[in-house]
Every structure is written in C-alpha cells, then in structure tokens.
Design a protein around this ligand. Structure first.
Ligand code: HEC
Ligand code: HEC
Ligand code: HEC
Ligand code: HEC
Ligand code: HEC
Length: 561
C-alpha cells in the first residue's frame, strides 16, 4: 500500500491528540475531534449482502433494522451504532492484522494453528463455516483477508448480526463455550434458520423477516446474558514451550471471569453497560414491524479503544470501512464520555508539608464491571502527578507522557525486559504507578508476544467492586506486589506520595490525573521493524496518529506549608 495518504492525513491528525504532548501545562480537558479538526469526511458504504448456508452478512439484516427512532427522537438504528464499533471492524483492525502476522513470523511451523485461532473471534462467520465443513481457515496470503477469497465478505463483516443472533443457549457459560466455543446450528437450511432476540415476536412481522432474509426471529433469553459475550471475551491462548511445541494455555483476556467474581454479577450484565437501553420503546424494524418494544438495547458496544477507532476513521478508505466519518466521530465521543464519566474517579487526601517533605495520598476508585483496564493486555492506565510551587514551576512530576506515547520513568518503555513494579508509596520521579498486566514467557522473560506468554509477572489492574483478591482463581487473580498491598482492594487503590521538596517554597499545588492508553508503547514498539506488509501498514497508521492517553479522571489540591 502507498504511504502517501497516510502522510497527507498526518498533518490534519497531529491536531487530533486527545491530550496535548508532554509538559507541565498538559492538564487541559481533551478536545473532541469535532471541535478542533477538519477530519476526512466520507459517507457510509453499502454493507455486504451475501447469503451462505449458515450466515448472511450485515447488509441482509441492516435495511429493516435501520431508521429506528426512540421516544426522545434519537436515531437508534442498529446498523448505524454497530458499523463503527470495533467489533464490526474486528477483521479490518490494522493492529490485529499486524499481530497475526507477527505471531506467524515468530512461529512459522504453527502457522495454521495460529491463523485458525485468530480467525475464531475476529472473522467468526467465515471461520465457523469453514470449521463446519472441515475447510481451511487461513487468514493471510490468500486466506480470508484476501479480497479474492470466496468467504472474504463474511470474514470482513467481523462480529456481525447473524453471528451473535444465532448463538444457541446450550453450553453458554461452560468452559467449553470460552475461547470462541459458542454453538450455532448447522442443520437448519436457509429459510428456516432462527435469529434469537429478547422479545416474543409477533407472528406476522416475523414472516416479513423470514421472507426477506431467510431467518425467523424467535425469543432467546441468552441474548440478555453475559454468557453470550463471555464466549469470545474469555480467551485462553496457547503458548509455546522451549521445544517450540504448544505447552499449555494462558488466560489472555478474562473480563467475564473478573465480572463473575465482582458484585456486578446479579446486578448488571455486560449488555446493561455496553448496550444501554434507548429512551422509551422503539419499533425494532422499519418495515412490517410489531409494536414498539422496550427495553430496546442500543448496539453501541463502547469500550476504551479510542486509538484504533481513530485509525479506522483516518484511513477509512484504505481499510475499506463501511461506517461514515460521522459514525466514527460519534463513537469516539461516546467512548471518551464513557471513559471520563463511567470509568474511575480520583481524590487527593491528607495533603500536608512536614519540614521539607510533601505528603499526600491518592485514592483511585474504579466503576467498571471488570478490572480496569480489562481485555487485551496492551491496555494500561496510570497516575500522572504534578506538584507546582508558589511560582507555578513544576517541582515534582511522575507519570508524564512523552510525545511518542511512552511514559517518563517507566522502565518497560525504556527497556523491553524491565517493568515498573506496583507501588504502595512513591518517593521519586522515576517511580510511576501503572495499572497493567506484564506477561512472562516460559523462561521468565517479559514478553508482549501472545504465543509466548505463559503467566502474569504483574497484574495490578484496578479491581471491580466486590472483588475479593484473596479468593480469586488463578486465571483472574492479582499478581506481583499488589497482592500484598492491603489498600489495593475491591474498586480501588491508595498510593502514598512522600516527596522531598527542600529548596522549594509553597503553597504547593498537587494535580493528579488517571490516564488510559489502549496500545501501550512497548506493545507497538515490539512490532516495529518486522518485515511484512500488515505490520508496515499498522506502524504507518500508528506513527501518523498521536498515541497520547485519555484523561479518565483528575483531581487537584492546594497545600499550605
Ligand atoms: C476468543 C476470542 C478471540 C480469539 C480466539 C482471538 N482474539 Fe484477539 N481479541 C478478542 C477480543 C474480545 C478483543 C478485544 C478486547 C479489548 O478491546 O480489550 C481482542 C483484541 C485483540 C487485539 C487488540 C486489537 C486492538 O484494536 O487494540 C489484538 C492485537 C488481537 N486481539 C490479536 C489476536 C491474535 C493475534 C489472535 C490469534 C492468536 C487473537 N487475537 C485471537 C478476542 C479474540
Ligand atoms: C455482539 C453481538 C451482537 C451483534 C454483532 C449484533 N447484535 Fe443485535 N442484539 C444483541 C444482543 C445481546 C441483544 C439483546 C440485548 C438485551 O436483551 O439486553 C440484541 C438485540 C437486537 C434486536 C432487538 C432490539 C434491541 O436492540 O433490543 C435486534 C432487532 C437486533 N439485535 C438486530 C441486530 C442487527 C440487525 C445487527 C447487525 C447490524 C445486530 N443485531 C448485531 C447482540 C448483537
Ligand atoms: C425484511 C425486513 C427484515 C430483514 C431483512 C431482517 N429483519 Fe429482523 N426483524 C424484522 C421484523 C419485522 C421483526 C419483528 C419485529 C417485531 O416483532 O417487533 C424482526 C425482528 C428481529 C429480531 C428480534 C427477535 C426477537 O424476538 O426479539 C432480531 C434479533 C432480528 N430481527 C435480527 C435480524 C437479523 C440477524 C437479520 C439478518 C440475518 C434480520 N433481522 C433481517 C424485519 C427484518
Ligand atoms: C458496570 C458497567 C460494566 C459492566 C457490567 C461491564 N462493563 Fe465492560 N466496560 C465498562 C466501562 C466503563 C469500560 C471502559 C473502561 C475500560 O476500558 O475498561 C468497559 C470496557 C470494556 C472493554 C474494553 C476494554 C479495553 O480497554 O479494551 C471490554 C472488552 C469490555 N468492557 C467487556 C465487557 C464484558 C465482556 C462484560 C461482561 C462480562 C462487561 N464488559 C461488563 C463498564 C462495564
Ligand atoms: C464472536 C465473538 C464475540 C462475541 C460473541 C462478542 N464479542 Fe465483543 N469483541 C470481539 C472481538 C474480536 C473484539 C475486538 C475487536 C478488535 O479490537 O479488533 C471485541 C471487542 C469488544 C469491545 C471493545 C470495544 C473497545 O472499543 O475497546 C466491547 C466493549 C465488546 N466487544 C463488547 C461485547 C459485548 C457486550 C458482547 C455480548 C453482547 C460481545 N462483545 C460479544 C468478539 C466478540
């Protein structure tokens, strides 16, 4: 691919940073892209409309489930919400494609095992169909990702309507259903296939859908349950031992197990937070529909991955997205809003100056339904602390971000073999409290390679409310120094700062931010330099955009000496 479009858009996108680059004055609220920049504008594309024996692509569903409006007049069209979600773009995702290639380069002898694994959740319709007919599920070099592959349209449609809505209730929540082990009927012919949903369907309207799409809507309580999401969001990855053979599996992503061990289980399912209800009742089909239905679940699927959404938007043409620039703009706004209002809070307590020492405690409170961050292990959150003296000069700073997205003082960003421990107390500027997983391979080395990770050296991601770390199973436990830190607890952590400020004069201003980044610096750097088209394409997009964090929460106090 030509890199010219990337460079062109670079200029525009330099303005798009979520927080301004390093420096003491970086505590301004992030601009929403819409306010500050003329981003590439384009329209939505037609969704693919293909029918296979087991699945149809989104274009076969969206037409009737578009043009939907709630009682407050909001457009709640299902396709419009879904198109720009990362799940709809799970196979276009340049970071995913680069990682698949990197894993294959690392273990060429396991190539088909790796590609089949990665296809399971990122191109689930194409992979499930291939598996059902004993076919191949290659991704690269003429596989599903190749536009000429006969199943390309199914692969590129990502986690699509006909996938989620055909998952059978049977076995959900059982360990066999994890790692993409959902079950879908392989017997019913097209015309008689079932699409499960939350409502008892009206007979007449249901026939309208069957006549046009070949699927009959039926009530299936599984659509309202976390166990549906758990089938892909509980991911065990095989890892390779010293002999190059698969030696076991590693719990790479377990938000469902984290949620199960929290008190959100029983009060809110994944859907409650990630598919929030529309305002009042909604007619769920634009033509031939039944009565208005309530609650109507919006297909927002918002997480925290602002960075990859920006890539998809900026390079929409290259990545052949179907969403419009407006769809992405809205998704990014909603993601920032979720990060800034529903994710975490901060407070600074007990601030005092004793002699030349400034002391204060930072309380972090998490509000998510699982660890924060959760999911893919490249995610990280950290505390950025700035102390200014009476003249407004910075006299202490921990956790500043460099223009390249690395964290000042983070050993892992400086050296791939090292990392920051979990801290109870911070006394110097090169100590940074980073909430993150650090993975290790079979010989105990720190790694970001998925098929090399066999355990967690560190996992101090913030726990959800109700999570008892002393009874947590090994697959979702806390690892490293946080296990012994009493105030690293359900829904929060307290970090004490003890700073020597001899020579400075107060009153001092302490400002603390909780920052979040979806692609930690080390994760991208470790891909750099590997020679392959998918990796070049990702690195070009990554370099064209700032990898600056989102400010999730902020707090500030003034301290009199
Ligand atoms: C069981 C389902 C499943 C399988 C199998 C799977 N993934 Fe994923 N993957 C996910 C989910 C879910 C996420 C998103 C989690 C999040 O956003 O935190 C994800 C995210 C990612 C990301 C981060 C993407 C981004 O935009 O930040 C990469 C990279 C990735 N996967 C690579 C792989 C590779 C390589 C394989 C094969 C070795 C693979 N995945 C297999 C479910 C799966
Ligand atoms: C990741 C899985 C997933 C995908 C992809 C998905 N849905 Fe859904 N959908 C659900 C779940 C879960 C519910 C029910 C949520 C609840 O009951 O809380 C639902 C509900 C619905 C409903 C009932 C009305 C409502 O929103 O409550 C319709 C109609 C529907 N989906 C159609 C679609 C169409 C059309 C697409 C593709 C453009 C699609 N879905 C993509 C999971 C999915
Ligand atoms: C010709 C229009 C049309 C097409 C095309 C269509 N649907 Fe529907 N869909 C409907 C109608 C009408 C209903 C019933 C509305 C009601 O009962 O209120 C419905 C209901 C649903 C429901 C709710 C089921 C329930 O009982 O809760 C789901 C889920 C759904 N459709 C998914 C899909 C999927 C997936 C596709 C593509 C494979 C699709 N639809 C294609 C018109 C359509
Ligand atoms: C109480 C509300 C709540 C519940 C319940 C909840 N989540 Fe989340 N989730 C959030 C919030 C807020 C975020 C954004 C912060 C973040 O990235 O962790 C999020 C983020 C995510 C992400 C993206 C993480 C990342 O940074 O890449 C995934 C994946 C996810 N949730 C999956 C799930 C699954 C699966 C379930 C059910 C087992 C679930 N969530 C239940 C609130 C919730
Ligand atoms: C067929 C597998 C599959 C199912 C079922 C599934 N997901 Fe996902 N989900 C994925 C994959 C794959 C990704 C990551 C795509 C990427 O980053 O490239 C993802 C990403 C996400 C994200 C992260 C978005 C972000 O911006 O960080 C959220 C939130 C999410 N899913 C919620 C859900 C919820 C809620 C359900 C259940 C209603 C669900 N998913 C069911 C495969 C699935």
């Amino acid at each position: 691919m030509s890199t010219r479009p990337f460079r062109l858009i670079l200029l525009i996108l330099l303005l798009l940073s979520v927080v301004p680059a390093c420096g003491p004055a970086q505590r301004t609220a992030p601009d929403t892209p819409a306010e500050s920049t003329p981003l590439p504008a384009y329209r939505a594309h037609w969704l693919p409309r293909e029918h296979g024996p087991l699945f149809s692509t989104s274009g076969a569903c969206a037409s009737c489930h578009a043009g939907l409006v709630d009682e407050a007049g909001n457009d709640v069209s299902i396709d419009a919400n879904w198109r720009s979600a990362i799940m709809a773009n799970a196979s276009r995702d340049p970071y995913w494609q680069a990682t698949v290639r990197s894993e294959v380069l690392d273990h060429p002898e396991l190539r088909s095992v790796i590609e089949d694994k990665c296809a399971t959740c990122h191109t689930p319709m194409a992979r499930f169909s291939a598996a059902a007919s004993d076919g191949e599920s290659d991704l690269l070099d003429g596989g599903f990702l190749d536009v000429d592959h006969p199943d390309h349209a199914f692969a590129i449609d990502g986690v699509s309507c006909a996938l989620c809505h055909q998952v059978e209730k049977e076995g959900l929540g059982e360990p066999e259903s994890f790692s993409g082990g959902f079950s879908i009927d392989t017997e019913r012919p097209r015309g008689w296939r079932l699409a499960y949903g939350p409502f008892p369907p009206a007979q007449g309207p249901g026939e309208v859908m069957r006549g046009s799409s070949g699927y009959r809507p039926v009530e299936g309580s599984q659509t309202g349950q976390s166990e549906l999401c758990a089938s892909c969001h509980t991911l065990y990855t095989p890892y390779v031992g010293e002999d190059g053979e698969v030696a076991g599996t590693f719990p790479e992503q377990v938000p469902y197990l984290e949620w199960q061990h929290s008190d959100h289980q029983g009060t809110s399912d994944c859907q409650d937070c990630h598919m929030p209800p529309a305002d009042g009742a909604v007619r769920i089909a634009s033509s031939g529909g039944g009565p208005p239905r309530s609650p109507f679940a919006q297909h927002r699927f918002i997480g925290g991955n602002v960075h990859v959404l920006k890539m998809l938007w900026a390079f929409g043409q290259e990545f052949d997205v179907t969403a419009s620039s407006e769809h992405f703009e809205q998704k990014i706004e909603q993601t920032l809003e979720q990060l800034q209002t529903n994710t975490a809070e901060l407070s600074v307590r007990e601030a005092s100056v004793t002699g030349s020492q400034l002391r204060f405690d930072v309380d972090v409170a998490s509000k998510t339904g699982h660890k924060f961050p959760t999911g893919f292990p490249a995610r990280r959150a950290w505390l950025h602390v700035v102390v200014e003296d009476a003249a407004g000069d910075v006299v202490f700073e921990s956790g500043a971000v460099n223009a390249d997205g690395s964290i000042v003082g983070n050993d892992n960003d400086a050296d791939p073999a090292a990392y920051e421990p979990h801290y109870r107390q911070i006394t110097s500027a090169d100590q940074v409290q980073i909430y993150e997983p650090i993975l290790e391979d079979v010989s105990g080395e720190v790694t970001t390679a998925l098929l090399r990770a066999q355990g967690y050296r560190k996992d101090n991601r913030l726990l959800p409310s109700g999570f008892d770390k002393t009874t947590a199973g090994a697959d979702f436990a806390v690892y490293g120094a946080a296990t012994a830190d009493d105030d690293f607890r359900a829904a929060g952590d307290t970090v004490s700062y003890r700073i020597d400020l001899s020579g400075s004069s107060g009153p001092f201003t302490v400002t603390v931010e909780l920052l979040y980044q979806s692609i930690g610096y080390r994760w991208a750097e470790n891909l750099r330099g590997q020679d392959a088209a998918e990796i070049d394409r990702f690195i070009d997009a990554y370099d064209a955009l700032d990898n600056l964090p989102v400010v999730v929460a902020e707090s500030s106090v003034s301290v009199e000496p």
